[in-house]
Design a protein around this ligand. Structure first.
Ligand SMILES: Cc1cc2nc3c(=O)[nH]c(=O)nc-3n(C[C@H](O)[C@H](O)[C@H](O)COP(=O)(O)OP(=O)(O)OC[C@H]3O[C@@H](n4cnc5c(N)ncnc54)[C@H](O)[C@@H]3O)c2cc1C
Ligand code: FES
Length: 321
């Protein structure tokens, strides 16, 4: 068992327990979100000389130099001395400039903030000092605002707060940008952009970014949903396809209820298999739930896409707040 020192107190971690879980179990207030090494809300600092390198993926060079690490990812074998960091230094204020519903389930949130990013990356949005969640950027620079598509979970701490309490004019804080799922390709390379649910957010940003950079190779965009109630932005996507000969949009719903053209009924994996049997030379962007991304990544690889040509934005979630 490993003992960590935190604010003058010794905390004994149980077998396999992370620094975050150990500190929370002892009643310490440590901000956290995904618990998967993605949102960076749980950053803390180790004393000089303590080895935390296995829990520093995605942190900046400066954070690594300061021996900061992701407490949710750190299961130490040796004792550590841990301090809180002033996470506020890493946050950017953002003002809500628009909030509207794109469908019964999806909120479009637009924020004004000074942020340099690539469309498709994600930021961590903070509800307060303790609760943070990551959301993908659907906007492009020319929009002049940051756009997010947030699925409303009635039991969801963050999405319910956005749906019910957050108002235009209010300020919240964001951390980032983070992630490597953004447009980078040869201009003539064929692209597959595939998403389910609000995975459309990063895909929408990546599509518009590719077009603004004059991508002229074929772009195949496939959106999947359980049924038509999960779909949104369809008119906007169809309009993009009308204006760009190289863009084709495919919408696949699992269930038949209420389905009308242009929505196809079927299984998104089989649909993409039939549409793109040979993906040799493709650049691929996969966004949405982990199960979808994992299965699609394997399928695209088996169809000939190189592993390094596949980028993904995985919407991991872990709730305990
Ligand atoms: C890199 C990244 C990018 C993301 N981008 C987006 C985005 O663009 N748009 C978006 O809507 N979300 C996105 N997410 C997910 C988001 O961070 C939250 O997990 C989600 O909004 C739920 O937060 P919540 O506080 O409302 O729910 P929580 O309080 O965390 O969860 C409460 C309950 O809601 C349900 N629930 C929550 N999330 C899910 C889920 N994903 N699947 C099934 N049930 C769930 C569960 O029943 C859960 O117990 C992203 C996540 C990551 C890691
Ligand atoms: S990175 Fe640790 S809680 Fe998200």
């Amino acid at each position: 068992m490993t003992v960590i020192q935190f604010q003058g107190e010794s905390v004994t971690l149980t077998e396999g327990e992370s620094v975050l879980d150990g500190l929370l179990r002892q009643g310490h207030q440590i901000p956290h979100g995904c618990r998967a090494g993605v949102c960076q809300s749980c950053v803390v600092e180790a004393a000089e000389g303590d080895n935390v390198s296995s829990a520093q993926a995605g942190l900046s060079d400066n954070q690594v130099r300061l021996n900061q690490f992701l407490s949710c990812q750190c299961i130490p074998r040796e004792s550590l001395s841990v301090n809180l960091v002033d996470i506020n230094e890493q946050k950017t204020p953002a003002q809500v400039v628009d909030k509207s519903w794109l469908s019964d389930q999806v909120i479009r949130l637009r924020l004004k903030a000074s942020l340099s990013y690539f469309p498709g990356q994600y930021v961590t949005l903070w509800k307060d000092e303790a609760i943070a969640r990551s959301y993908s950027l659907a906007s492009v620079d020319a929009d002049g605002f940051l756009e997010f598509h947030i699925r409303h979970y009635p039991e969801g701490v963050f999405s319910s707060w956005v749906a019910e309490a957050l108002n235009v004019g209010e300020t919240l804080y964001l951390q980032g940008p983070m992630g490597k799922c953004f447009y980078s390709a040869e201009p003539s390379q064929p692209l597959l952009l595939a998403a389910i649910g609000t995975g459309l957010a990063p895909v929408y940003g990546i599509l518009r970014d590719a077009l603004s950079q004059f991508h002229n190779g074929p772009i195949t965009l496939v959106i999947g949903a359980k049924d038509t109630t999960g779909l949104y932005l369809i008119d906007e996507l169809m309009e993009i396809a009308r204006r760009h000969d190289n863009v084709s949009i495919h919408i696949v719903a699992q269930q038949e209820a209420g389905v009308e053209a242009p929505v196809q009924v079927g299984d998104i994996y089989q649909y993409i298999k039939g549409l793109l049997p040979d993906m040799n030379g493709y650049r691929v962007f996969l966004c949405g739930a982990e199960s979808f991304v994992t299965k699609m990544r394997k399928q695209c690889f088996l169809a000939g896409a190189g592993m390094s040509a596949i980028s993904a934005d995985v919407f991991l979630h872990f709730a305990d707040d």
